[in-house]
Design a protein around this ligand. Sequence first.
Ligand code: 13P
Ligand code: SF4
Length: 304
Amino acid sequence: MENSNDLIEEIKELKKAKHAALLVHNYQVEEVQLAADYLGDSLELSRTAAVVKQDIIVFAGVKFMAETAKILAPQKKVLLPRLDAGCPMADMITVEELKVLKANHPHAKVVTYVNSSVEVKAESDACCTSSNAVKVVENIAADEIIFIPDQNLGNYVQKMVPQKKLILFEGYCYVHNRIKKEEITEMKKRLPGAKVLVHPEVRMEVIDLADEVLSTGGMLKYVSTSPHKQFIIATEQGLIERMKRENPGKEFYPALTAKICVNMKRTSLRDVYEALKYERYEIRVDRSIARRAVRALDEMLKYV
Ligand code: 13P
Ligand code: SF4
């Protein structure tokens, strides 16, 4: 077995020599998290990518995240260590399907979850992440909004912004969508003092059982500042490893039906090392598509 501390040291040296930054999403395996320069949720990492000083960005996450970084920092070399690390939800809606929705709702504006393709972003008025979806929808200048592709997130936003009409699409995240209300109900009975934190990609019946609905970054902030000691967490397991590491006095109970996002877990520490060493796999985005997509992403960056 390879020693991960040695590999982390080699990664550090390569980053310095090549003037590279390693951006890591909260769902990545622990040893990759430990090698990060920046560790965060989709919005935090997009903001970082837009301002990072280094010439190379290595993105340990899934493809849409690296593409977003490339669009926000077009002059940088953006590397994705595993080309097979995609997000199935991002591939659920095509540009053609979006065009049909637009034709059927000519007065609506389009708000697209950042978990989407660059082509779909280019056809959108604004993007959003799980942490600012409500604010983006509240602030966009339209009463009717096509919200794609995540139906669960869309239902949650609709609940929070009842004054607007959302037109939804049937996309979903296979990790969050399978979390069952029965499991959370049983956990709440077993742990009556625990706070229930859920990601907005879960079904509405699970959202209805939550104390807080938060992005992964939002959950981290909440648990570190909360006076409570026990937390039931309904999201991907990588986040829970970080919570335990950073909050040793607190107890975290994961919704076991969520298990892991296999796509997020594809990237190993060795993949990160090789990405840096061989400068692979470079993410490229067609310039004219990027020019249109960046407008929607800039809208997203306005709201924290
Ligand atoms: P966050 O932006 O909350 O980290 O979520 C990203 C994601 O892919 C959730 O499944
Ligand atoms: Fe996509 Fe779900 Fe994995 Fe997030 S957890 S990257 S939404 S498949």
